[in-house]
Structure formats: structure tokens, C-alpha cells
Design a protein around this ligand. Structure first.
Ligand SMILES: [Mg+2]
Length: 217
């Protein structure tokens, strides 16, 4: 049972996400080669490497919103197009829900994910079913939100969110791409998991696993 997440723990989680992105970058690029230009792993690696470098410099007394703001601007400076603005918006919108806080509860974490997902939706102008990262973020955030009602355990709400994210990622396989380069493939875009959906599901799952194992890191 974990009722509160501190900024110190949040930073540890972000470091672990950076490392997991790096470990999986070839897989993300491989997925992108099937329907796009094959750069998703490299793009994510560049963005999250910039995040990691920023984390090294952060002062330990920052609140969630300040951490998110700093990390978002680093991501955006490193990755100006595609995933850059989307992740920057997600982090800033999510962080704004935790304004001035150094500790957050399950309801607040759920608000963080909801705002992040909605930020991606607005910034990317995609709809559900367009075969994008949104197809993971929206259902996962909704599940986290739903689970947080009457559930104080942050581990449990993220566990449900991560399970939903995996399922949602798999569901992009059957979708027809309506956004970006892969949309030009038409019917041939079916049969492949969307790379952005895959990296998003990984991030949410890593968030869950990291928080579950915080005592050991
Ligand atoms: Mg690409």
C-alpha cells in the first residue's frame, strides 16, 4: 500500500523511464520501420536522454510542477517535432495538476495522468482510433482515474493503468492509421502495433513497476 508519492520518488521514477526507453529504443525503431520512417526509438532516446541530463541538475527542493516544467522544456529542446511537443505538453499539463506540491496522493496522480492524456489529445489533434499514442494514453488515464475513486493505493491504480495500457497498445495493431506518415499506407498500416503506442505503454508500465519497487532502488 502506497498512499503518497514524493517528488524525490517521482525523480527516481523518471530516471528509470529514461533507462527503459534507452533499452527499448531498437524495438521502437523496428516497429516504426514497419509503417513509418523508423526513427521512433532514436527520437525517444534523444528526448529522454535530455530529460536524464536535466534530472542530474535539478535541485532537490522543487515541486512537481517545477520538475515537470524543466523536464518538458528539455524534452522539447531536444525533440522539436512529432513526439517532442506531445510529451512536453503532457508533462506540463500533468505537472500543473500537482502545482506547489512535494507529495501527492492517488487522486492527484490520477489527475496528473488525465491532464497529460488530454494534453496529448489537444496538442496532437488526433482522435481515439487514429492509431497513435493517444490510443494508449486515454484509456490508461481513464482506468487510472476510475480506479482512484475509493482506492488510496497509488500502486494499485497504476497497476490497473499499466494493464490497460498494454491491452490498448495491442489493440492498435488492428487499427487503420489516420495520422502521420503511416496513414499513407492505408490498409497496409493494419497488422502493426503503433510505435508511439508501444513507447507510451512502456512508460506507463515502467511508472507502475518503478513505484512498486521504490523501496529497492
Ligand atoms: Mg517516425
Amino acid at each position: 500500500m502506497k498512499k503518497n508519492l514524493t517528488t524525490e520518488e517521482f525523480i527516481k521514477i523518471l530516471y528509470i523511464i529514461c533507462d527503459d526507453i534507452e533499452k527499448n529504443k531498437d524495438y521502437f525503431s523496428e516497429l516504426d520501420r514497419a509503417t513509418g520512417d523508423g526513427d521512433h526509438g532514436v527520437t525517444m532516446s534523444i528526448g529522454w536522454t535530455a530529460v536524464k541530463e536535466k534530472l542530474d541538475t535539478l535541485s532537490s527542493d522543487l515541486t512537481f510542477d517545477k520538475i515537470c516544467m524543466q523536464v518538458a522544456s528539455s524534452f522539447l529542446s531536444a525533440v522539436g517535432a512529432s513526439a517532442g511537443p506531445l510529451y512536453a505538453t503532457a508533462l506540463m499539463r500533468g505537472g500543473a495538476k500537482l502545482k506547489d506540491l512535494k507529495s501527492s496522493n492517488a487522486l492527484q496522480i490520477a489527475d496528473f495522468f488525465e491532464a497529460a492524456a488530454n494534453g496529448i489529445k489537444e496538442r496532437g489533434k488526433a482522435e481515439l482510433g487514429d492509431k497513435t499514442m493517444l490510443d494508449v494514453w486515454i484509456p490508461a488515464a481513464e482506468t487510472i482515474k476510475k480506479t482512484s475513486i475509493g482506492q488510496e493505493d497509488i500502486i494499485e491504480i497504476l497497476k490497473q493503468g499499466a494493464l490497460k495500457a498494454k491491452q490498448a497498445m495491442e489493440s492498435t495493431k488492428d487499427m487503420l492509421s489516420k495520422k502521420g506518415r503511416s496513414s499513407k499506407l492505408g490498409e497496409r498500416s493494419r497488422g502493426h502495433i503503433d510505435p508511439g503506442a508501444a513507447s507510451s505503454a512502456m512508460i506507463i508500465n515502467t511508472f507502475f513497476e518503478a513505484i512498486e519497487n521504490l523501496d529497492n532502488i
